[in-house]
Ligand binder design. Structure first.
Ligand code: ADP
Length: 187
């Protein structure tokens, strides 16, 4: 099968996790979620997990160096059919990804943005906090994650727009409709 590397972008609470699973399955892509990898490290109590937990609970970003090394490691010897969820989140990560793919003789296929307005995001994150008890879903952390997203990750939209790779999808529709809209922009 040919190379395909898709990024799923969007603010916290936009529904990236749900759509990432569907998209990965539908297109036979390997899902790489930096949030999931970090949470697995926290659960296993690794040194990385211990450092990351403090940062995640505060709604901050784990350092580019750690994240890039983690992704590099994860991609070793893997076919280049990837769905990236939660990565890249900073300009440095985006540039590192482009370099890594270039080294492997590939390039990014598309960056899909799930667009959801802020009021809806806060509502969703608060109900997720109640349901799942994720320790980074409390109100202060949510606000910080929104701010970090606006400051560090939103500028990446211009980066991918300039490369002609950005595809926007309305994330307010039903889960099935969003899945269909993503397939549509990727076809
Ligand atoms: P969500 O999808 O709800 O925004 P994630 O599960 O992707 O959250 O990430 C949870 C937390 O893990 C982030 O708030 C951040 O602290 C850390 N994290 C995940 N991915 C990255 C990344 N690429 N760079 C830096 N920190 C990250």
């Amino acid at each position: 099968m040919s190379h395909e590397v898709i990024l799923l972008m969007g603010p916290p609470g936009a529904g990236k996790g749900t759509q990432a699973d569907r998209l990965a399955q539908g297109r036979s892509l390997f899902k790489l979620s930096t949030g999931d990898l970090l949470r697995a490290n926290v659960r296993a109590g690794t040194p990385l997990g211990q450092r990351a937990k403090v940062i995640m609970d505060a709604g901050g970003l784990v350092s580019d160096e750690i994240i890039i090394a983690m992704v590099r490691d994860e991609l070793r010897n893997r076919p280049l059919r990837l769905l990236l969820d939660g990565f890249p989140r900073t300009r440095a990560q985006a540039e590192a990804l482009d370099e890594l793919l270039a080294e492997l003789g590939a390039s990014l296929s598309a960056a899909v943005l799930l667009e959801v307005d802020e009021a809806e995001l806060i509502k969703r994150l608060q109900s997720r906090a109640a349901l799942e008890g994720r320790s980074d879903d409390n109100e202060a952390t949510i606000r910080n994650r929104m701010r970090v997203y606006a400051e560090q990750t939103q500028p990446l939209l211009d980066y991918y727009q300039a490369q002609g790779k950005l595809r926007r999808v309305n994330g307010l529709a039903s889960i099935d409709e969003v899945t269909a809209a993503i397939s549509e922009v990727l076809s």
